[in-house]
Design a protein around this ligand. Structure first.
Ligand SMILES: C[S@@+](CC[C@H](N)C(=O)[O-])C[C@H]1O[C@@H](n2cnc3c(N)ncnc32)[C@H](O)[C@@H]1O
Length: 208
């Protein structure tokens, strides 16, 4: 059966990613050093970072729009004897009060948006973080080859929609480094650059 979206990927092919992004382990060490307790994994997928962070003793929450991602996350956590608060929802509208989290991570998620959705998501992350809370994320970098690819329709600058196959119809806004720095301007950007483990991505660490 053809897998066209994340929900069917998690339903039919668990676990899509079973090794954590190495920098999330490093973030765990940074968070522990700075007294972080409550962490949100925004777009947690099928749970690889929830498991990692819960095992390190953080109070972990995960939000994703995919029912099957959350179900696989819950199963994995249960197998490890761990727990997390799991919520099905949209990244543009987070169901937590201001200042609820000490840290937010979001790995390869927030660019699944038009520019306006990404701005809204960043406002939401900023809202749910406490003062001086950390935000670590990765997202795909702008690649001009997309403009030439007939399988993609560019719907606004640096935003394209796939016309076929996996994630058909889902907008992706892939910023340049300068643009991403501007998008993060309500935070202090501590680091921003190429994701050394996934060179077609940026990774950043920011602080409210
Ligand atoms: C590339 S996967 C990354 C999953 C996970 N962060 C990881 O690293 O394994 C992208 C995830 O973003 C989720 N997602 C996409 N758009 C979303 C939205 N608008 N609100 C919440 N989750 C969304 C998808 O369901 C999927 O789980």
């Amino acid at each position: 059966m053809e897998i066209l979206d994340w929900d069917s990927a998690y339903r039919l092919r668990p676990y899509v990613e079973n090794q954590p992004h190495p920098e999330v382990g490093l973030m765990g060490s940074l968070f522990a050093k700075h007294g972080v307790q409550r962490v949100l994994d925004l777009g947690c997928g099928d749970g690889r970072h929830l498991v990692l962070l819960a095992a390190r003793g953080f109070q972990v929450f995960g939000l994703d729009r995919s029912f099957w991602g959350l179900r696989r996350s819950a199963e994995w956590l249960q197998r490890e004897g761990l727990s997390a608060g799991l919520v099905q929802g949209e990244m543009t509208c987070l169901p937590w009060p201001p200042g609820f989290f000490d840290a937010v991570i979001s790995i390869q998620v927030i660019n699944h948006n038009r520019l306006s959705g990404m701005i809204r998501t960043l406002e939401e992350v900023h809202r749910v973080l406490r003062e001086a809370g950390y935000f670590y994320g990765t997202l795909a970098r702008f690649n001009p080859a997309v403009l030439e690819d007939p399988r993609h329709e560019v719907i606004e600058p640096r935003t394209f929609v796939r016309l076929e196959g996996f994630e058909k119809g889902i907008p992706h806004h892939n910023p340049t480094e300068v643009e991403l720095d501007t998008l993060l301007s309500s935070f202090d950007v501590l680091t921003l650059g190429e994701d050394t483990f996934e060179p077609s991505y940026f990774s950043f660490l920011a602080q409210k």
